[in-house]
Design a protein around this ligand. Structure first.
Ligand SMILES: [Zn+2]
Ligand SMILES: [Zn+2]
Length: 130
């Protein structure tokens, strides 16, 4: 699977099977996306390979109190991935070239979600970060 940023300078490839796709309704994800929620595709760190472009990073404190490192395209600022745990990256799933197969397996921080966003049946829904 490949993906990239909005301006096209960052390109990346993912190998192997992703660990899961989470939707996060926390205030940080709302701010980051400029929208109602964020999508995070968890992959092992070694599964992500930067093919082109330059990533820059900064750190923020999440609603959970943990520190998160956020990597973005140095040219256009598109967020590419987050890292909270040592061995796992959360790839911003909307940057994939093909997003047609994406199907979230969990929703987090539902207590912060916008009231007009419905939660689907049959998917793990957690009030905070679980
Ligand atoms: Zn870019
Ligand atoms: Zn979040």
């Amino acid at each position: 699977m490949e993906g990239g940023c909005q301006c096209g300078s960052v390109r990346y490839r993912l190998t192997g099977d992703p660990l899961g796709l989470a939707v996060c309704h926390c205030t940080e994800c709302q701010r980051q996306s400029g929208s109602a929620f964020g999508m995070s595709l968890a992959v092992r760190k070694g599964a992500f390979r930067l093919l082109a472009g330059e990533l820059r990073a900064f750190t923020v404190t999440c609603d959970s109190g943990r520190t998160k490192t956020c990597a973005f395209c140095a040219s256009c600022g598109t967020r590419i991935h987050h890292q909270v745990a040592d061995e796992v990256l959360s790839v911003k799933a909307g940057t994939l070239d093909d997003t047609s197969w994406l199907s979230p397996t969990a929703h987090y921080w539902t207590k912060r979600k916008q009231p007009w966003v419905p939660l689907p049946d049959g998917v793990r829904c957690v009030e905070d970060d679980g």
